[in-house]
Design a protein around this ligand. Structure first.
Ligand SMILES: *Cc1c(COP(=O)(O)O)cnc(C)c1O
Length: 392
């Protein structure tokens, strides 16, 4: 007898209590950036060790606000890894800047820090390292280059919940960091994001820009001596406020933050053990000093040594393999895309695929396997068996 499987790449996992938590703001009537958002921010600071946590509408807007608050603007250049979600590059465009791509390391999928310095010009103002899929970028090397050339560092920590570098949570290593609460990430508020920083002045600037440039938030005004007077606006800001409905949902999930991160690591370890002997599948590599958060489980499909000359052939083999897994009811995805190969960037900057060889290879040969909180061991054993059988 056959039974139909449907194992998604990710699945949202909320407890009944977490679902109920959204009713509180709905009943109290405080719907936007109020006490629940503040509570979520406070819990985020305790968990990550960041001095300031600032809730926003997404990781993308978090990256944008952080960069905007640094003074980044037209004509400025920012260095961005060529293999990342497109949003990391888009925020540079949104501010009128120029995106300068940097190739990645194929073992970690993260920016190759040794290639950053050669990209620096007199217009370079920022580096946006990405902690891709929950593995921290090599922040000591990145911060050393940034310090030498006086560059602002915004960490794209979209996937970085529960990710550590030399004992420190990501998002606390650069000038600012931005996290995502999209449903593909470990904690979700539907849409949503969080900015972290230890810099008081920067935090103040970001808080203003988040809320139309107001010098005081609505919550501060309501709790203050003259709640009936409106705040002044030192900046022409944006509206990037999180709703308290999202704040409540995020805050409720933080109550089991340790469980959420340890369950992802447990599942990843089971994959690691099951695939350790497969020569054709490179599993996530975690060096000493790093703790992986496993937003996903990204692998490199390498049935032979991959190179620019055979990447198309291996890409076809990978796609056929993904198709066979899909037919068995297992969803997989390329780990992410190479941004320099996407139409907008390719055309605007006249970029050649092969200028960033490792990003191109990751684009064509990577695969993420299903990994989500709530995945049963039985489901995972099925994925393991199919992965092992479906390619020879
Ligand atoms: C998910 C993701 C983003 C975008 O996050 P949003 O909250 O959807 O804006 C940015 N960068 C990376 C690396 C991501 O994985």
């Amino acid at each position: 007898m056959t039974h139909t499987r449907n194992i998604p790449i990710a699945r949202t996992n909320l407890t009944e209590e977490e679902i109920q938590s959204v009713l509180e703001p709905l009943k109290s009537g405080w719907l936007v950036q109020g006490p629940k958002t503040k509570e979520f921010e406070d819990k985020w600071s305790s968990f990550t060790g960041a001095k300031h946590s600032i809730a926003v509408t997404s990781c993308t807007t978090g990256l944008h606000l952080s960069l905007a608050a640094s003074g980044f603007g037209p004509g400025d250049e920012a260095i961005v890894p060529a293999f990342t979600w497109i949003a990391t590059a888009n925020v540079v465009e949104h501010l009128g800047g120029k995106v300068v791509f940097c190739d990645i390391d194929l073992e970690t999928f993260n920016i190759d820090a040794s290639k950053i310095e050669e990209l620096i010009t007199e217009n370079t103002k920022a580096i946006l390292p990405v902690h891709l899929f929950g593995l921290a970028a090599d922040m000591d090397a990145i911060n050393a280059v940034a310090k030498k050339h006086n560059l602002f560092v915004v960490e794209d920590a979209a996937c970085g919940f529960g990710s550590y570098y030399k004992g420190q949570h990501v998002g606390t290593l650069g000038n600012a960091g931005a996290f995502s609460f999209h449903p593909r990430k470990a904690i979700t508020t539907g849409e949503g994001g969080m900015i972290t920083t230890d810099d008081d002045e920067l935090a103040l600037k970001i808080r203003r820009l988040r809320d139309h440039g107001a010098e005081m938030t609505d919550l501060q005004r309501h709790l203050g001596a003259k709640p009936y007077l409106l705040a002044d606006h030192p900046d022409a800001g944006y509206n990037q406020r999180m709703t308290d409905i999202q704040g409540a949902l995020g805050s409720a999930q933080m109550e089991r933050a340790d469980q959420i991160t340890s369950e992802r690591r447990r599942l990843a370890k089971r994959y690691d053990n099951a695939f350790a002997d497969l020569a054709w599948l490179q599993i996530p590599k975690v060096e000493d000093g790093y703790i992986h958060g496993y937003q996903s489980y990204p692998c490199l499909f390498a049935p032979k040594d991959i190179s620019l000359s055979n990447r198309r052939e291996i890409n076809e083999l990978r796609n056929d393999w993904m198709d066979r897994l899909q037919q068995k009811g297992i969803s997989t995805r390329p780990a992410t895309h190479a941004v320099h190969m996407l139409k907008f960037y390719k055309e605007k900057y006249c970029l050649d695929t092969e200028s960033f060889p490792n990003a191109a290879l990751a684009n064509d040969c990577s695969i993420s396997l299903p990994l989500f909180h709530g995945m049963t061991d039985e489901e995972q054993d099925y994925v393991i068996a199919q992965v092992r059988e479906s390619f020879n």
